[in-house]
Design a protein around this ligand. Structure first.
Ligand SMILES: NC(=O)c1ccc[n+]([C@@H]2O[C@H](COP(=O)([O-])OP(=O)(O)OC[C@H]3O[C@@H](n4cnc5c(N)ncnc54)[C@H](OP(=O)(O)O)[C@@H]3O)[C@@H](O)[C@H]2O)c1
Length: 302
């Protein structure tokens, strides 16, 4: 019976929703963060403890793991540098850390480990992000064979950085030059992702399995921006860029430290959609983006 759960990367978007759901069930949650400030929105939850810790330090990790019934790894980065097979930032966050978490959990005798990877992670994927996510899955399973792995498509919901970023851009740009407008996604609601993790932690039969997580519908990137425009009431002309212009835009934003890199663009060349009929486990009902987005994107103030 699981009673105490350690979240690594729990201060982030998915982790915060997960912490709230676990706390709502009365489970004890420890959120480890590199900066307590980042997790201050969780401090007041009744059964949640926020602990500032350096998860790069094995002794600190061992202290965090002691007495826990489950560990969930939610650490991820979208910018990890360039390199073959992946940049150093991806290696650290997506491969080396999961391996160390797996070893620490195993050494501490933690019964369950859940690891959040990404849909279409593969050793031969076109981006360092996806290749490092695949290597991370192997690394964590090597250290902790019964790791349960989740592979979400892009995740939407209150606090996301995907639709919210487009909503912000639409506020200022009457014309939006959009890279990879035909890229395919099957966005999944963050509440569904959190519920899937909670269910898996509570069901021994989920141990060692890999779950893809997708929403009910597939969209092109252009459609997602258009839905954001409709929901927010921010009218905007979306101009789809050619592959060359998409690359140039990604390169310019990468150099300027903007919201996109060439590696992100390479990730988008793979349709980020689930295999047919494979959307959510445990009979969870997939929430529709059209129903949820208006609740948090809202309408602009005039
Ligand atoms: N959001 C999506 O659409 C999406 C889609 C597919 C897969 N995923 C995966 O789902 C997981 C959670 O995503 P998210 O959107 O919740 O991410 P997020 O909001 O960026 O949160 C990730 C957390 O990881 C921690 N972190 C980042 N780099 C770290 C490092 N080098 N060492 C230690 N901790 C580090 C940060 O915690 P502190 O700063 O507090 O330490 C941060 O709060 C990630 O693995 C991500 O790749 C997300």
């Amino acid at each position: 019976m699981i009673q105490s759960i350690l979240l690594i990367g729990g201060s982030g978007f998915i982790g915060s929703h997960l912490a709230r759901r676990l706390a709502a069930r009365g489970l004890r949650v420890t959120v480890a963060t590199r900066r307590r400030e980042r997790a201050k929105h969780l401090i007041l939850l009744p059964t949640v403890e926020v602990v500032e810790a350096d998860v790069g330090d094995d002794a600190a990790l061992a202290r965090l793991c002691a007495g826990q019934d489950a560990l969930v790894n939610l650490v991820g980065v979208l910018k990890g540098g360039n390199g073959d097979p992946y940049g150093a930032g991806f290696a650290r966050a997506h491969v080396e850390l999961p391996a160390r978490l797996g070893r620490a959990a195993w050494a501490a005798g933690i019964p369950a480990l859940a690891h959040v990877s990404a849909l279409k992670a593969a050793a031969d994927a076109p981006s360092g992000y996806l290749r490092s996510k695949a290597a991370g899955e192997n690394a964590v399973r090597k250290a902790f064979p019964n790791t349960t792995i989740f592979r979400p498509s892009v995740v939407f919901g209150d606090g996301d950085s995907f639709l919210t970023m487009f909503a912000r851009l639409l506020k200022y740009a009457p014309v939006l030059p959009l890279a990879s407008p035909d890229a395919r996604f099957q966005p999944v609601w963050v509440g569904n992702v959190a519920d899937a993790i909670v269910e898996a932690l509570l069901r021994p039969e989920a141990e060692g399995k890999t779950f893809e997580l997708c929403g009910p519908r597939q969209y092109s990137l252009r459609e997602l921006v258009e839905i954001t425009s409709l929901v927010t009431g921010r009218r905007c002309a979306v101009v789809g860029l050619s592959p060359l212009l998409s690359w140039l835009q990604a390169f310019a934003l990468e150099v300027a430290g903007g919201p996109m890199t060439r590696d992100n663009l390479r990730s988008m060349s793979v349709p980020n959609v689930c295999e047919a009929g494979n959307t959510l486990p445990f009979n969870l009902a997939a929430a529709a983006l059209e129903d949820v987005a208006p609740r948090y994107l809202g309408r602009p103030s005039r």
